[in-house]
Ligand binder design. Structure first.
Ligand SMILES: NC(=O)c1ccc[n+]([C@@H]2O[C@H](COP(=O)([O-])OP(=O)(O)OC[C@H]3O[C@@H](n4cnc5c(N)ncnc54)[C@H](O)[C@@H]3O)[C@@H](O)[C@H]2O)c1
Ligand SMILES: [Zn+2]
Ligand SMILES: [Zn+2]
Length: 362
């Protein structure tokens, strides 16, 4: 099968013929239908998230089951599924405590000494990213990385739910509790931020302020529910939020992952408000913050990982939201591309030229 292989950091992915094994116990083989391109893939390419090459990236995917391994009872050939990188074990304290997205063993590799799920044409192993590796025509996944979905949602739309939508929507619906009428700021109108924005709209937030450095995104942000938009390159966005909210917002979602925008997010958060960190700041970078600002104004900061999901419960619900018109996914797709165009897609992402780009397979 064809796949885009990361052979080195900061280099184009290489389209190669790659081997994929048969499904072993508890595994499911999929024909990949679509894979969104998420900034976390770019973080890996750029070395901000350490994953050693060779590796096949891609983790925002939907597909159709082709075959199942021994013991798999939840899936059968022909099922439509979405993949999620937070696989769960079901027995650790986080799984049994109701937060399976924090599972201690979420990246399940095959037992030591077994054949790699993915390999080069010469048989050398290639690492699988997050149990998924969806920049490839087939995927071989643990069953607990997948959820079966209804088959009346187009799979390109469904793929977005695999990461960006679940992350952004879940940050607003699951990680924090936004009362109706609360003021909300979204920093970064990419796939993740636009989903958080829709979450704020769905829970009935009052002002929903979208911030981006690329003003062409504002039409889209307004269609998806933004009441106000701020161009981050035009004056001080912190002062602009204070002016619009009378001293700071109740909830601020940072959906980029830059040191400066994390600092801005905290500064935009009003007294008693909550800053939600969704973007991934490169692991080697620290963010200086004023602790007194938090203490004296009782601000809270929380991280939000993968939308605090219980994905077998959440993803089918998000599909219902889409099909009943509450969650807009069609508008979020700025282009559909072939696998061979994946490097150009990352260039567009670097330049802020895209909302969500989706690789569609035949
Ligand atoms: N917490 C999680 O579980 C999780 C899951 C998925 C993705 N992420 C992270 O979320 C972040 C966003 O991902 P994405 O796929 O939506 O990215 P994206 O590249 O599609 O979107 C980023 C947006 O930020 C804007 N932007 C860039 N610099 C800016 C600045 N200085 N000021 C204002 N706007 C600016 C860009 O124009 C773009 O619209 C990434 O860091 C990604 O790794 C986190
Ligand atoms: Zn992602
Ligand atoms: Zn677990």
């Amino acid at each position: 099968m064809k796949a885009a292989v990361m052979r080195a950091n900061n280099a184009p992915l290489e389209i190669e013929d790659v081997g994929i094994d048969d499904p072993g116990p508890g595994e499911v083989l999929l024909k990949t239908a679509a894979s969104g391109i998420c900034h976390s893939d770019l973080h890996v390419i750029e070395g901000s998230l350490p994953v050693p090459p060779p590796c096949i990236l891609g983790h925002e995917s939907a597909g159709i089951v082709e075959a199942v391994g021994e013991g798999v009872t939840d899936f059968a050939p022909g099922d439509h599924v979405i993949g999620c990188l937070t696989s769960w074990c079901g027995v650790c304290k986080f799984c049994t405590g109701g937060r399976p997205y924090l599972c201690l063993t979420q990246f399940s590799v095959r037992p030591e000494g077994s054949k790699s799920r993915l390999s080069s044409s010469n048989g050398d192993p290639i690492a699988q990213f997050a149990n998924l590796s969806s920049f490839a025509e087939r995927m071989l996944c643990p069953e607990r990385s997948l959820v079966k979905i209804r088959d009346d949602i187009p799979l390109d739309r469904a793929s977005l739910i695999g990461c960006g939508v679940t992350t952004g929507l879940g940050a607003a619906l699951n990680t924090v509790d936004i009362p109706a009428g609360a003021s909300v700021v979204i920093i970064g109108c990419g796939g993740v931020g636009l989903a958080a924005l829709q979450g704020a709209r769905i829970v009935g937030a009052g002002k929903i302020i979208a911030i981006d450095a690329h003003p062409w995104k504002f039409d889209l942000a307004q269609k998806l529910g933004a009441t106000d938009c701020i161009n981050a390159t035009d004056g001080d966005p912190v002062a602009a939020v204070h002016a619009l909210t009378g001293g700071g917002a109740d909830f601020v979602f940072e959906c980029i992952g830059l040191v400066t925008t994390v600092q801005q997010a905290i500064a935009m958060t009003g007294r008693g408000g909550t800053t939600v960190l969704v973007g991934v700041v490169p692991l080697t970078q620290l963010v200086p913050i004023s602790a007194a600002d938090l203490t004296l104004q009782e601000k809270k900061i929380t991280g939000s990982y993968m939308g605090s999901n219980r994905f077998r419960f959440d993803m089918p619900k998000y599909i219902d939201f889409y099909l009943d018109g509450r969650l807009h996914l069609d508008e979020m797709i700025s282009s559909r591309i072939d696998l061979a165009e994946v490097n150009e897609a990352f260039d567009r992402m670097r330049k802020g030229e895209a909302a969500r780009q989706v690789i569609v397979f035949d």
